[in-house]
Design a protein around this ligand. Sequence first.
Ligand code: PSV
Ligand code: MN
Length: 392
Amino acid sequence: MTTFADIGDRLAALAVEVPSWAYGNSGTRFKVFGSPGTPRSVEEKIADAAQVHRFTGLAPSVALHIPWDRVDDFGKLRAHAEDLGVRLGTVNSNTFQDDDYKLGSLTHADPAVRRKAVEHNLECLEIMTETGSRDLKIWLADGTNYPGQGDIRARQDWLAEGLAAIYAELGEGQRLVLEYKFFEPAFYHTDVPDWGTSYVHVAALGDQAMVCLDTGHHAPGTNIEFIVAQLLRLGKLGSFDFNSRFYADDDLMVGAADPFQLFRILVEVIRGGGFQPAGPDHREGVAFMLDQCHNIERKIPGQIRSVLTVQEMMARALLLDGDALAAAREQGDVLAANEVYMDAFYTDVRRDLAGWREARGLPADPMRSYLASGYQEQIEADRVGGAQAGWN
Ligand code: PSV
Ligand code: MN
């Protein structure tokens, strides 16, 4: 029987990276709503992200998206983050918002456009050296809308060439993670639609290339925990973009749609050795990141809720009684095995977590503490004038 006291130290290793873009305005193709207090600069986004860490102790790093978060001096930005008690994390390249990329980026038929997309990723690598980041995350909007529109086979070859050119410039300790997504914005074919395609490319590149699994990027009904198990088995699960979805790539708060799925995923992460302390230089283990948009809810509380949900489900997953599960499996006792599994999922860890946080000098209830802190009122009063950060 595993108790909460047994898992406390392991739980302390959990770190969830938050995305800078979660603090800016976002929306759907129908409307982007502004909200009071929204950051006008990357510095303000990082200040907001630092609040999530301050109240939860769970979010020590912030992912950047380039060019959204481009600044003149990344060394200065790094110092700004560190002054606020956080680090700069994964750098996301963006080859989906320039007119040249309308028909593709790394997979475009025109070599000049492909080169431009490679150059952009190389710029991201330079930024990573300044920010001290480990991971370059590549997600491509590349694909086609109509059968016959593009040479699907040639595009795979161009993709492999482009990725190899980027990979060749990785510094020591840096990694390239390739994110897949089954559709959107392309509706007929996508150039990196699934984990298998991402795996094929990163396996060809070498040890410093891994797959990024965004939980919102699968067809409905996909068994995501199986993909997690397989990628860990292959040593190629680099990172997660956590979020949840009811329909497509909804980017809702992680665990909102299906907390049981999050639990099942984390069980396989633990089982496959993917949950390890990051180590002093933050170069070990699978990266847990959020990739979410808070279109209608307040953004900082939305992020606080999200990291706490990951923590709660991680605690439940750590409580899974491995010995009892192994015994039931050995006896072929289907119902007993399932009962052990469900027992862990149904364990309410909220009170234990509150005490555990207090013992570590954190607020027992991070959400209430944040709401009572006055930060939200302060940014709403201070951040007037200027252009709010958003998706552009
Ligand atoms: C694409 O849908 C994606 O998941 C990629 O990670 C992008 O970088 C991100 O969303 C932008 O929100
Ligand atoms: Mn993503």
